[in-house]
Structure formats: structure tokens, C-alpha cells
Design a protein around this ligand. Sequence first.
Ligand code: FDA
Length: 309
Amino acid sequence: MVLSKALLAASRRPGLQRVVTGTPATRRVVDRFVAGETLADALTAARTLAADGISVTLDHLGEDVTSRAGAEHSRDAYLAALEGLAGLGLGDRAEVSVKLSAFGQALPDGHDTALELVRPVVEAATAAGTTVTLDMEDHRTIDSTLAALAELRKEHPGTGAVLQAMLHRTEDDAKALAVTGSRVRLVKGAYDEPATVAYQKKKDVDAAYARCLEILMAGPGYPMVGSHDPAVIQRAHELAAQQSRAADSWEVQMLYGIRPDEQRRLAAGGTRVRAYVPYGVDWYAYFVRRLAERPANVGFFVRSLITTS
Ligand code: FDA
């Protein structure tokens, strides 16, 4: 837990970012979690996953932009991604995930800026027969992100949201979003949140996840079970059976490069599986969050630095 908090703090320190990203050996470890730096790399990953029966959601890496130009760059990158995905002909088996902080959410008037700049992306996705999911970031952004979701869903009801089980508020949010047509990815939560708003112990987060999963699986929406945890995946299957859910009425989502064999095994067995595929040059914060989730990955990273030097 201490290591995890230190890493999450490091994910927001530009000095450390320069050291880590400037180390050539880092690249090999990053490649395990990131599909590549270009859209072409991401499309290759999407094609390979599709051949194994796995859908994708592409994430153009980048967050916390500090200028309107940066936010416009995110919009343009996603428009290009949707154009590239259309060429693969995968329909809604290839969608995109966006972080509103990459669309200017933290700027003055950030809520309106992010909504203005993400709207064309959502429109392009609808036109291409697919969807956009709004990733969830730290707890101070949630009201703005859920308000943007409500606005976008008026014309694009397939727009998805993410709920983080670690937060005390999430059971209520899950009840509010367990409605017809609503796509909700339930995750444990990847940000360092204070005890005033979030459960601090893994067992409490896991219990909260189970409660929220029950709410979503019992409702008429489309639950997206975002977890690598075998207990979560098993519980999701049990609940789907209890609720007599059709196989195409929910899905499991896992991150690119994490438990890839399990992703293929589930897909081969008839579970809908979607991989979250990050790409781009701005991979530092994403990468450090993945290290924070699992101390074993830190060991892997450090060993690779030592063996290369
Ligand atoms: P948990 O961390 O308890 O791990 C269970 C098991 O999974 C581990 O024992 C290990 O076997 C495996 N595992 C987990 N993480 C691993 C790793 N990094 N490397 C290797 N093995 C690992 N968060 C957020 O705050 N906002 C968001 O929008 C999203 N979006 C998102 C999309 C998708 C598709 C996924 C899967 C996850 C997210 N997350 C997220 C991240 C999420 O909040 C959470 O931090 C991670 O999924 C890790 O939690 P698990 O549920 O996997 O379980």
C-alpha cells in the first residue's frame, strides 16, 4: 500500500517522468502494457486481438492537458483513431475510451471545453456504428464527467461511463446508471484517494465491487466488468447465470498485456471480452498506475533496468 501510494504520487511528478521515460530499458517494460506510440501500432493490436475474438477500446494516451491546443490535439487524435478503426470494419467491436482531462476538463471553463471538444468524437463514433466510453479519473472530476455523460447520452445513448468501486459514492452512482441502454464499466479504481471519499483496504474495495456488480448485473443496462481479478470474473458469470442474462448483454474488459491468456480463454468460451488498448507517446502516468496496481510489476521493471545497464 505504501509503495502503491508512492508510485501514484510519482505518476504526477514531471522530474521523475523525465528520468523514467529517458531510460532506454524502460521501453521494453512499457511495451508490455502499451501497444505502441502510433495509431498504426494500435490498429495492428486491434486486428490481432480481433483475430482472437477479442474486441477493443482504444485509448490515445494523454491526460491533464494544460492548454486548449492540447485539448484540441486530443480531439484530433481520436477523430483519426475512429477513421482508422472504420477501415478495420469491426463496427462496435472497436470503440474508444477518452479521459476528459485530455479534453481540457481542468482548464478554466473546463467542463464546457471538454464537452465541446469530446462531442465531435462521440458524433464520429455514432456515425461509424460504435461508441465512446468516458474513463473516470480522480474523485474531484466525477461530477463533471457524469454531467457530461448525461448530456452526451441524450443524443448518443450508447456513450459509456466508468465507475470506481473504491469510492463511497459509487453504489449510488451504480443505481442511478443501472438503466436501459446504459453502458457502465465497473473498475476497482486506480487513483490515490483519501479516506474521506474512498475505501482504503483491498478487502473493503473488493466487497464494494461485489455490491456494485450485483446492482449493475440486476439492472437493464450493459455492464462492462473491468477487472483481471479471477474472483470478480467468476462472480460476474454467476450473476449473469442467475439473472438469465444473454451472453451479448454484458462483457468482461481487461487491459492490454495483462492476463492475455485469460482474455483469449474467456473469449473462446463464449464470454464477450474487450481489451483496453493504450497507445501514444504520453504513456508515463498510465504506466506508473499499472506498476502501482501490482508490486510484482515493479520488480520486473527494476530487474529489467539492472540487466540492461
Ligand atoms: P486487482 O488489482 O485486485 O488484481 C487482481 C489480479 O489481477 C492480480 O492478482 C493479478 O493477477 C492481476 N493484475 C491486476 N493488475 C495487474 C497488473 N497491473 N499487472 C499484472 N497483473 C495484474 N481505473 C480507473 O480509476 N479509471 C478508469 O477509467 C479505469 N479504466 C479501466 C479499464 C479497464 C478495461 C480495466 C481492466 C481497468 C481500468 N481501470 C480504471 C483500472 C482499475 O481501476 C484497476 O486499478 C485495475 O483494473 C486493477 O484492478 P483489478 O480489478 O484488476 O484487481
